[in-house]
Design a binder for this molecule. Structure first.
Ligand code: IVH
Length: 708
């Protein structure tokens, strides 16, 4: 038996664990199961306990170090941490103005070639300086005022993505000093999970990932910081000694990536203002699908030599600029809280706001979700509140900013007397604001509801709007105002049931304000034309609680006909895709109520019909990729990952996260990395986006054999 010296085994284990950690945290592509990692980790920990003299600060066991601090010590930055100039968020001008300025300052005539830029995302977190000496992380500091920051090493060490040691190639010498600068941020899914935990513990939730990240970095107790899941992206350098960086910024980022630092794959080298704009636009479209917040794009002159020629003005480099997108969050004032009645009677508190421009439009109402959320955020009438509007998501109030808050923006000063905490029952006096029926709350639920059912004009109005909506019966022209008239303020209008819609006459509609004879006729024609629908749409349009569009489609697919669905027990309902007890119960209850059956009978009576399919489930579209196994890697030029996945699946293929011998195809984009190497190693067919789309469009069958 050979005896391995403990110091040798410790070194070996650290090497292996560093490598695994890199694949897990940075490449998001683990090569061993978690259990194997844990076993090696425990072995190392045991050896270190037995031989304390072998413990070193760059050991993977040393992520969470030491005691809570009294305060942070300050760190003078050897090279100041600058900020960058921001260009306006008006469409094209940012890139054009910047490119023109750079050309002017370089005396670059119109006849000279386009300037090469590195374009990258502007991450919405906080800047951090990581100092590596001889390849080992020795200090992490915040930006502070740019000259002096705070030593937050203990907290930054808890970030799995931050390497303790640079992954140098064998024989490669580490710079004696290299400071890597980048952004610490929190991914949205991590943020949502963190807030969920906060909620479960009855603690206040964080208003956005940036605030949560900032709070974690400035947390004095590293064991608390360790529970706040942070991430990191490198984007530049500070002090460097005994090393010459590559000639361009984009190559520098490649080097940092090879050294094991996380570098965002969404970046590009762009030529001139046109190239910058193309990236700006492409990322604007993808912004809401990213798993983290960005507030714009950063443009940097790619050549280091040109950067040096351009130099700095005051405390900003002339070679870099931030081109922002419209903000998705804004501060405004809460004027009041209205309560809306939804189609299932749910009572939703809605914030009435001082109008504010956010996410590209003026917002004056935003949801507060429910009473519990409103209380947790502790927003009160008169408060300064943060509204968020991202993409298609309806605007929401994410929290309030009080004068005493740590990072309260300018303008939030002084001590104001605050309003009363929100109390839905008290505000409504126990009655539905639309029909005066009693409001009720199931003890197991958070939402208050109106007990008026179809009698409540507000519920009826919402139910009709939902029934007619685009993804339900798709009746164009049945808008908010018209439905108000049809239902009547007190519910005494001409539409008492859904079936009444189909016996409307043009002259009845033409009487309402802003409704001519032509539009009246059009609406009636639309109702008539859309009477024929699918079972999935019909089910969705009924507005059964918990039955959204997807569930409705799944139910239709599973049961094939309405009669089969109506006859199903809750157990049978739960056999359909993604149907859990709550959905099953709700569907069952719906069809057990005589007034619902009567409504369906009436709809049938006026000619509403749908295709029923008693046969087995049909596949959708040509099954070009039937029985093939795919892996996606890198970023594709036009398709998002989700889109590519959907295309493959709808053509009968399957998508897997990791490559194995069973993989048939790899669809690879730029910055593909480790998976691509493995694909080549295993001799798996690699396609780029264009190949893939051509094959798909031509419906050229792909067979597993072809891949071999
Ligand atoms: S470069 C000398 N690149 O934006 C250039 N900054 O004022 C230094 N930021 O707070 C900055 N993403 O933390 C750069 N890809 C990126 C960035 C980025 C976010 C932040 C940075 C700083 C601010 C710039």
């Amino acid at each position: 038996m050979t005896i391995v010296h403990p110091s040798k085994r410790v070194a070996e284990l650290r090497e292996v664990l560093h490598e695994h950690a890199h694949r897990y945290y940075v490449l998001d592509d683990p090569s061993v199961p978690d259990a194997d990692y844990d076993k090696l980790f425990e072995e190392l920990r045991a050896l270190e306990t037995e031989h304390p003299e072998l413990v070193s600060s760059d050991s993977p066991t040393q992520r969470v170090l030491g005691q809570a601090l009294e305060g942070f010590t300050s760190v003078a930055h050897t090279v100041p941490m600058l900020s960058i100039r921001t260009e306006t968020d008006t469409a094209a001008s940012g890139a054009i103005i910047f490119d023109a300025r750079v050309r002017r300052e370089l005396d670059w005539g119109p006849e000279q070639a386009a300037i090469e830029y590195a374009a990258e995302l502007k991450f919405d977190g906080l800047a951090i300086n990581l100092r590596y000496e001889n390849g080992v992380l020795v200090q992490a500091a915040t930006r502070g005022d740019g000259q002096t920051g705070e030593d937050v090493t203990q907290n930054i060490r808890t970030i799995g993505q931050v390497p303790f040691r640079l992954r140098l190639a064998p024989g490669q010498k580490a710079p004696s000093v290299i400071e890597v600068r980048g952004e610490v941020y929190m991914r949205r899914p991590d943020f949502d999970a963190l807030n969920q935990r906060q909620r479960a513990l009855g603690h206040k939730t964080f208003v956005n990932p940036r605030n949560a990240a900032a709070g974690a970095v400035r947390q004095l107790d590293p064991s608390v910081a360790a529970q706040r899941p942070l991430s990191f992206f490198a984007y530049g350098l500070g002090d460097v000694q005994a090393w010459t960086p590559p000639p361009t910024h984009s190559e520098l980022l490649d080097v940092l990536k090879n050294w094991g630092l996380p570098v965002c794959a969404d970046r590009t080298v762009a030529l001139g203002a046109q190239g910058l704009l193309a990236f700006y636009e492409a990322m604007r479209v993808r912004r809401d699908a990213l798993p983290f917040d960005i507030d714009g794009i950063v443009y940097k002159v790619n050549s280091r030599a040109l950067q040096q020629r351009l130099g700095f003005v005051s405390r900003e480099p002339r070679w870099a600029v931030a081109h922002k997108y419209p903000a998705q969050e804004q501060l405004t004032r809460l004027l009041g809280i209205d309560i809306q009645v939804g189609r299932t009677g749910k009572l939703t508190p809605v914030a009435r706001l001082e109008p504010v421009f956010v996410g590209g439009t003026t917002v004056s109402n935003a949801t507060l979700h429910n009473e519990a959320e409103t209380l947790r955020k502790d927003v009160r009438v008169g408060d300064r509140v943060i509204v968020r509007r991202a993409g298609d998501v309806i605007p929401e109030v994410v929290g309030c900013v009080l004068p005493g808050d740590l990072d309260a923006p300018a303008g939030v000063v002084g001590v104001l007397p605050r309003g009363e905490p929100f109390d839905l029952y008290k505000q409504l006096n126990g009655q539905c604001p639309a029909c005066r029926s009693a409001i009720v709350r199931d003890p197991a639920e958070v939402d208050w509801r109106c007990s008026g059912g179809w009698q409540c004009p507000a519920q009826r109005k919402q139910a009709i709007l939902h029934f007619a909506s685009r993804r339900a019966m798709d009746v164009e022209g049945l808008g908010d105002k018209l439905v108000d008239h049809l239902v009547g303020e007190d519910g005494a209008g001409i539409v008492r049931t859904l079936a009444d819609l189909y016996i409307l006459r043009p002259e009845q509609l033409a009487g309402f304000e802003r409704m001519g004879e032509r539009s009246a006729r059009k609406i009636i024609e639309a109702l008539e034309r859309k009477k024929k629908t699918t079972l999935g749409r019909f089910l969705f349009s009924l507005g059964i609680r918990h039955v959204g569009e997807t569930t409705a489609k799944d139910l239709a697919k599973h049961f094939g006909s309405l009669s089969r669905l109506m006859a199903a027990s809750t157990e049978q309902l739960m056999q359909a895709k993604e149907v859990g007890p709550a959905v099953a119960q709700s569907v069952h209850t719906f069809f057990a109520q005589p007034h619902n059956l009567e409504m369906i009978a009436k709809l049938r009576g006026v000619g509403v019909e749908w295709v029923e399919d008693e046969g087995p489930v049909q596949a959708i579209g040509p099954q070009t990729f039937a029985a093939t196994l795919w892996v996606l890697t890198g970023s594709l030029p036009t398709l998002s990952r989700d889109q590519a996945k959907q295309l493959i699946e709808s053509a009968g293929g399957k998508v897997n996260g990791s490559i194995s011998r069973k993989t048939h195809f790899v669809l690879a984009g730029s910055d593909a990395g480790a998976k691509l190497d493995k694909a080549h190693e295993l001799g798996i067919l690699v396609l780029d986006e264009a190949d893939f789309l051509n094959r798909l469009a031509e419906g050229q069958p792909f067979t597993p054999q072809e891949a071999q």
